[in-house]
Structure formats: C-alpha cells, structure tokens
Design a protein around this ligand. Structure first.
Ligand SMILES: [Zn+2]
Ligand SMILES: [Zn+2]
Length: 334
C-alpha cells in the first residue's frame, strides 16, 4: 500500500509499505479520507515536541477492514473516524478526571492517516474509534479538530457575555467562529490577510478587523470583547489578546507557542479588571461526542473550510502549498 513518510522537516515522501495487520485489541481501517491540519504543518516545517517524525497525518475517516482478537464493539465494513490519542486512565491527571492532560497521552499515538490503510492501537480502539452512522467521511474527519475547539468552549463556560473576538484566520479560528455563531455570539474576526477576512465574513463573522486596526477594538466594542480567542500561535498576539478583553472578560490562549517561550501581561489589567487567562489543550471523549453531535447539524458547514480535495499522490505538493500559506484545509483521498 501507499503510505506517507515524513523523514525530517520538509522531507515528505510516499513509499510502498506492507498493509498492516491488527494485533489483539487493534483495528485496521482503509482510509477513505484524511484532512490536513495546522499541527501537521508545524511538524512538516520544524518537527513537533510531542509527535515523532515518520508516519504522518492524524485526522481522517475510513472503513474497518480487520479486527484484532477481542474487539467486539466494532465491525468489519463499518465507516468510522478515530482520534490520535486516548488517555491511559491511571496517571496523576487521569485519576483526577483531566483526561486531556494525561501524562501518557503521546506514548501511543495513532499517526499515518495519509496512507491507504491505518492501524489503530488498542488503547485508542477501546474508546476513541467512533462509527459515523450517517455522517459523511468529511464530516467524520472533522471530529478531531472540532473536539479540540469544543474543549476550549467548555472551559469558557459560563460565557461572560456575547462579544467574541477571534484573532487569526486559519482552520481552527474558523471553527471557533462557527461555534461562536452557533451559540449566538456577536463575532469579530481579526487577521492579517484581507482575503481571509473576506472568507470570515462569508462564514458569518459580524465584523472583521485588519491586525493593524486591533487597537481600535476596545473602542468599537465600548470596552472590549467578553471573550478573546488567540488562534495564531504568535507571541505578539498572545501579548495583545488580554489588552482587547473587556473588564471581567476571558482570554482563551488556544494556539500554543514554542517550548520555552514566555509572554508579558499587563498585571494591572489582569488584576483590577479581573481578566481570566485560559489555556486549552487537546480534547476528551466528552468533547469528541459533542463534536459528533455538532457535525450532525448540517448548518454547521465545515465543508466550506475545504480548499481542495486531492489524491494521496499529491500530498507533497499539498504540503508545499500549505507551507507557502496557500489554502486552509485540504481533503486527501487515497
Ligand atoms: Zn488536527
Ligand atoms: Zn493518563
């Protein structure tokens, strides 16, 4: 079978590999569709602190073609999606119910959705393979990225108000926009590129702002946004985000910075304006189930985020395009 292999930064090839066989507790899926993701692009450009080089891709949907011994909750022929990780259930974080913070999350990660077949390990098979039951492959493949977004929204609750400012205009920022709209919030999207702002308006953003106009946001909103979502992963934007929040507002720091990076926050605003600064990471089973529910609502139009659908044989060109900043999210079909 054909399988993508990322040997080092910007060294992506397609190779011939044996079709995997499931061991006890595992399943093998024939990949029907995989999605590109900002995490993949980060890994492609410079490697990833938590993810190894080698097998590549973590979002997708497929059909179960083989079951390992003891797998009784899934069937051959079922269309499914999967998450790349599952919690160990035994560590410090898991014992406290903070499953997205499991200390052993990345010791067994399912990578390799850019391939014709994918082996899903026993830990993930047990809890994080979801039958699609009527959902399209594309919608199913959105369970993972949307679960990350919905995890963040769970942390934001209770929402302090209705004005939500989203800084950034990548796929994750747009998913935040769609969730904010689904909850009836007034949305303001800020980004650098005019065409990305135009797309945000097409997706229903109430207002858009160029980055160099961000300093006007507190004035425009008569005090600031109730919720500011940082979705760029840039240090300068992390530092700016608390400046844009209303008194009593919440700042969601969604996109991670590089290891060792530090940021400055104006202590006066943090303390006297009672700002809440929230980090958000990954997802739990509950978040994935909520994502499945959201994706059953046809008006939650994730299809619009797909720049193009390309065959697996085009994967290298797709990542070269993403590397140049072209396109939001691609669907890859083996
Ligand atoms: Zn992803
Ligand atoms: Zn754990």
């Amino acid at each position: 079978m054909l399988q993508a292999w990322l040997a080092a930064p910007r060294t992506l090839t397609l190779r011939d590999a044996p079709t995997p066989e499931p061991d006890a507790g595992e399943v093998v899926a024939r990949v029907r569709l995989a999605l590109t993701c900002g995490t993949d692009l980060k890994t492609y450009r410079r490697g990833h602190a938590k993810l190894p080089f080698g097998l590549f891709g973590h979002e997708g949907a497929g059909e179960v073609v083989a079951l390992g011994a003891g797998v009784e909750h899934l069937q051959v022929g079922q269309r499914v999606t999967w998450l790349p990780t599952a919690p160990c259930g035994a560590c410090f974080a898991c014992r406290r119910g903070r499953f997205n913070l499991c200390r052993n999350l990345f010791e067994r990660v399912v990578l390799g959705s850019y391939a014709e077949y994918l082996k899903i390990n026993a830990r993930v098979t047990r809890v994080h393979v979801f039958p699609l039951e009527g959902l399209s492959d594309l919608r199913g493949a959105f369970v993972e990225p949307l679960a990350c977004v919905l995890h963040a929204w769970r942390l934001l609750e209770p929402l302090p108000g209705k004005i939500v400012a989203i800084l950034g205009a990548g796929a994750m920022a747009y998913l935040h926009l769609m969730e904010a709209k689904a909850r009836g919030c007034h949305t303001i999207v800020a980004a650098r590129r005019p065409e990305r702002l135009e797309f945000a308006r097409a997706l229903g953003a109430d207002e858009t702002l160029e980055f160099d106009q961000l300093h006007t946001l507190r004035e425009r909103t008569d005090g600031g946004a109730d919720v500011v979502i940082e979705a760029t992963g840039a240090k300068a934007v992390w530092e700016l985000a608390p400046e844009l929040a209303a008194p009593g507002g919440k700042v969601l720091l969604y996109s991670g910075l590089a290891k060792g990076e530090t940021v400055q926050v104006l202590a006066e605003r943090w303390h006297y304006d009672e700002l809440t600064l929230l980090g958000s990471f990954h997802f739990t089973t509950q978040d994935a189930q909520q994502a499945l529910q959201r994706l059953r609502q046809q008006e939650f139009a994730v299809e619009r985020l797909i720049t193009d659908t390309r065959p697996l044989s085009d994967l290298t060109q797709v990542f070269e395009a993403l590397d140049r900043g072209e396109g939001i999210k691609y669907a890859i079909v083996p």
